[in-house]
Design a protein around this ligand. Structure first.
Ligand SMILES: [Zn+2]
Length: 634
């Protein structure tokens, strides 16, 4: 009886909400141009180059004693490797994926456990449950890519083991959220693959386990508290408080075990809660995720689309001009990209595409080195770039393992569909295909553009047979002026509004051409005696390679403001292939304007933030926030 009720609830409740967007299958969105080259390089030098024997060896050796996270690397790798195998069809990559899987399956114990902790340390402090989460995801990615049920079955056995240890009747004698770190966030984020398992098998026991996890994630007084604190409007940075069930230690700090400010783990939990909402229709969970994400957009996300200092929320958007320890961890970046991609898909709201785009063109591309062999662990807004540390005695780290997942979020959001609408969220040269849910028919486009270097986008309809449908073009929120033409005829300006979709409904014929032109306005951002510049979605930086004076030179007060952008600013040829975009500007710099030679404004160069500092050397420094002169009385 219980089973019937639960299933009925799931179906009837879910049906009451708007349909989520359909996402393209892996390989249906193919990129060319600079982004296509970046992607191909990353797949070749990072994903295909990963040694799967090496990252799966810990599962066979089982020597963990420190409570570390060697077992997260394989699952994260599979999250990118399987989709990119589908994207490329590369046989060598498939062999590597298979070799890794064989080790994982060989390491599974009769109890179902896959991991590297000794029994006495399992499911306790440390990162064991977190590792099982990624292993479950890795196994399901293999199943999704190949249809091989043995991976799905192995995943189910891991989940059975978890239920037996930390479920409601678990032999460890405490709830799952009491294991691991960060007030239960790290372990509770296993919710995401538990719901995936239910979605793939429809077995009630997985949904029941998910319901148990959600109860603790939302109701336990000292647990993650992801529902009530969000709906009360408590900022993600301010959720540590004795009032909210967590007491500080004697130094008034919050230790790793009891601390709700960790960005990556918190967002991973919201990702799982949205998955759970999708199968149960519990709308308050979606509302809590939306409230938290919208607050992160307002208070935490900086101009590069990144966030978090020392991996934690800190109201960072409001004081981003300062130097920070461990800014913009790549794990935080890719988890953020996945989360806003999910909300875009579920809600259809283009503001999440704006955020994914901002993160992609700035902090995400910045975190990858030039040959894409590595992702940085941290990427500052001002300073220089460098490789991350090694984790857990291994020649990799969490960020290198997470990096390729960010590109996938971009590809999955690029072209989506809903009803009879094909929804184009991003613009890059390439070919895109998606099946319209209403008709079951695919639509195909070929795009040419240098966006966001230039604002012009040309889209040619390649759909084989004539058919009526709507093409929805995202008009970015930052875009003050845009025009759209269909076969040379301008679309009514009223329907081209920043921050919304321009819907073009017609009977499309093969060869129909859509041209969009997005004005890439230079914007000045002011923050407490500092200024920064963006052009379209791209954050601009000064880079020491331009050799045009000290990067921290002050800007004269009152001369460059939000309402008074530099008068001379234009795109120029880049001096090196390493730099994607270069701009020349005349800016009133320097304090010594009492001298005649200081009176003339110098011409300086900017580049896109993603290219800034990409030599990964201390001698290649860059800066995005520039100090403005301070005068007495201000
Ligand atoms: Zn990391």
């Amino acid at each position: 009886m219980k089973k019937c009720l639960a299933v009925l609830f799931a179906c009837s409740a879910a049906a009451a909400f708007a349909e989520p967007n359909a996402v393209p299958a892996y390989g249906e969105v193919k990129l060319k141009g600079p982004m296509g080259e970046r992607l191909e390089t990353m797949i070749k030098n990072h994903v295909i180059a990963t040694d799967t024997e090496y990252i799966t060896a810990p599962f066979l050796e089982k020597t963990e004693r420190h409570g570390w996270w060697q077992t997260e690397f394989w699952g994260k790798y599979m999250h990118a490797a399987v989709p990119f195998w589908t994207y490329t069809g590369d046989d060598g990559l498939k062999r590597k994926i298979d070799a890794g899987l064989a080790n994982i399956l060989a390491s599974q114990e009769p109890s179902g456990y896959i991991g590297n902790y000794p029994d006495e340390l399992r499911c306790g402090e440390g990162w064991d449950v977190w590792g099982m989460k990624y292993t479950m995801m890795g196994l399901m990615h293999y199943y999704d890519g190949t249809g091989d049920k043995k991976a799905l079955e192995a995943c189910g056995r891991v989940c059975d083991y978890l239920i037996g240890q930390l479920g409601p009747e678990g032999i460890r004698g405490y709830h799952l959220y009491k294991s691991g770190n960060w007030a239960g966030y790290a372990s509770s984020s296993v919710l995401e693959p538990v719901v995936w398992l239910y979605k793939r098998t429809k077995e009630q026991k997985w949904l029941d386990f998910a319901t148990y996890l959600v109860k603790d994630m939302t109701e336990a007084e000292d647990g993650p508290r992801l529902l009530d604190l969000a709906l009360k409007g408590v900022s993600v940075a301010d959720r540590n408080n004795p009032e909210y069930g967590l007491k500080p230690d004697e130094k008034r700090g919050y230790v790793m075990k009891r601390n709700r400010s960790k960005a990556y783990e918190m967002m991973s939990c919201y990702q799982g809660l949205i998955e759970y909402y999708e199968v149960t229709g519990r709308e308050e969970l979606l509302k809590a995720a939306v409230a938290s994400v919208d607050q992160i957009i307002r208070d935490e996300i900086n101009l590069a689309g990144g966030s978090a200092c020392s991996e934690s929320w800190f109201h960072g958007a409001t004081k981003q001009q300062f130097p920070y320890v461990r800014l913009q961890e790549t794990c935080v970046v890719t988890t953020w990209m996945r989360l806003v991609e999910k909300l875009l898909t579920v809600t259809g709201d283009p503001k999440y595409a704006d955020e994914l785009e901002r993160a992609f063109y700035n902090i995400y591309l910045a975190s990858m080195n030039r040959d894409a062999t590595e992702f940085a662990a941290y990427t500052p807004l001002n300073g220089y770039r460098y490789r991350g540390h090694h984790h857990c005695y291994m020649h990799t780290n969490c960020c290198n393992a997470n990096g390729p997942r960010g590109f996938l979020a971009f590809l999955r959001a690029f072209l989506q569909a809903n009803g009879d609408r094909a929804i184009m969220n991003f613009y890059a040269s390439g070919k895109q295909k998606i099946t319209l849910p209403k008709t079951g028919e695919p639509v195909i486009f070929e795009t040419y553009t240098e966006y966001p270097k230039k604002g012009y986008v040309r889209i040619v309809n390649h759909t084989a047979k004539s058919s009526p449908f709507t093409l929805s073009l995202r008009v970015p929120a930052w875009c003050a002026r845009a025009t759209v033409k269909v076969n040379g005829q301008q679309v009514d300006a009223q329907s081209v509004k920043a921050g919304s979709y321009c819907n073009i409904s017609r009977d499309w014929k093969i060869g129909d051409v859509v041209e969009a032109d997005f004005e890439l306005t230079l914007r000045v951002h002011e923050l407490d005696h500092y200024v920064a510049f963006t052009r379209g979605p791209v954050l601009l930086a000064r880079d020491s390679r331009f050799n045009d004076g000290p990067l921290d030179e002050v800007i004269r007060r009152g001369m460059v403001t939000k309402d008074r952008p530099p008068q001379y600013f234009q795109q120029v040829r880049s001096p090196s292939d390493d730099i994607w975009m270069t701009f020349s500007a005349t800016i009133p710099l320097g304090s010594h304007h009492e001298n005649p030679e200081g009176f003339n404004w110098p011409e300086i160069r900017f580049c896109d933030y993603a290219s800034a500092g990409n030599l990964w050397q201390p001698s290649n420094s860059y800066r995005v926030w520039f100090p403005v002169e301070y005068n007495l009385g201000e």
